[in-house]
Design a protein around this ligand. Structure first.
Ligand code: THU
Length: 232
């Protein structure tokens, strides 16, 4: 049962919301798992339903229903209403669990380029794609925009959310491209999230002119927000 493994993947060092998981079911029959992923900068927390929805949309799928046993999910009614999602008691046996790990021998640069076509960008027409290297392989992410701009997710965070929700570990490199940008570069919010997950990682940026540059996460966010007072 996927539900039981999801509880173990929740990342909630700053609260007691250690049970917050959700599975979004796409109209394709695919099930997209999500767990709460808190951040030391609380507003950057990705809630389970938010991330699972973005994971679904980033896969070109349409959210149709969701499953959770958490008492209430942040903005649950909002999301259910926006996407006309029905709440189910359990994940249907017919559903296929979405596996975000790219299989086979992939060429990361070509894969990044391909991925940009999956970006969900009705407002910006500005695609961003990310590949997070994990112990089991690369996990993709693209930017997802929804009606409320504040509730979209950057490509980097979609990739990270998928990896954590699938129980993957060993995050090392993150590759990012924003082909319409002059210089691809993760936003400040993503940098803060990356500091929490791959502070010793390498961020490889593929720029619009075909060049690339590699940076240490820590160099991208000197004086990152942090406090030992916030961990419980
Ligand atoms: N975007 C990302 O995906 N990653 C970043 O680090 C910066 C911005 C996306 C968000 C939005 O869909 C579009 O780029 C314009 O801000």
């Amino acid at each position: 049962m996927i539900e039981n493994s999801l509880k173990e993947r929740v990342y909630s060092p700053y609260s007691d919301k250690s049970n917050e998981w959700c599975v979004v079911l796409g109209s394709s029959g695919m099930a997209y798992p999500g767990v709460r992923i808190e951040n030391i900068a609380f507003p950057l927390t990705i809630t389970s339903i938010h991330g699972a929805l973005c994971s679904c949309l980033a896969n070109g799928d349409r959210p149709a229903a969701y499953v959770t046993d958490s008492e209430s999910l942040d903005l649950e009614e909002y999301w259910a209403d926006k996407f006309n999602m029905e709440k189910l008691d359990g994940v249907p046996a017919s559903a296929t669990l979405y596996n975000p790990v790219l299989s086979g021998d992939i060429n990361p640069e070509q894969e990044l380029k391909k991925l940009t076509h999956q970006a969900v960008i009705p407002h910006s027409d500005f695609p961003v794609a990310a590949l997070l290297k994990t112990d089991e392989g690369f996990v993709p992410g693209v930017n997802v925009e929804v009606e409320s701009w504040t509730l979209g997710l950057c490509a980097e965070r979609v990739a990270l959310f998928r990896a954590v929700s699938h129980g993957l570990t060993g995050f090392s490199d993150l590759l990012v491209t924003a082909p319409k940008g002059d210089f691809s570069s993760p936003c400040g919010a993503c940098r803060q999230v990356l500091m929490e997950w791959i502070p010793r990682g390498r961020i490889k940026l593929h720029h619009g002119d075909g060049s690339h540059s590699t940076h240490n996460t820590m160099d991208l966010l000197p004086y990152a927000f942090s406090s030992s007072k916030l961990t419980i």
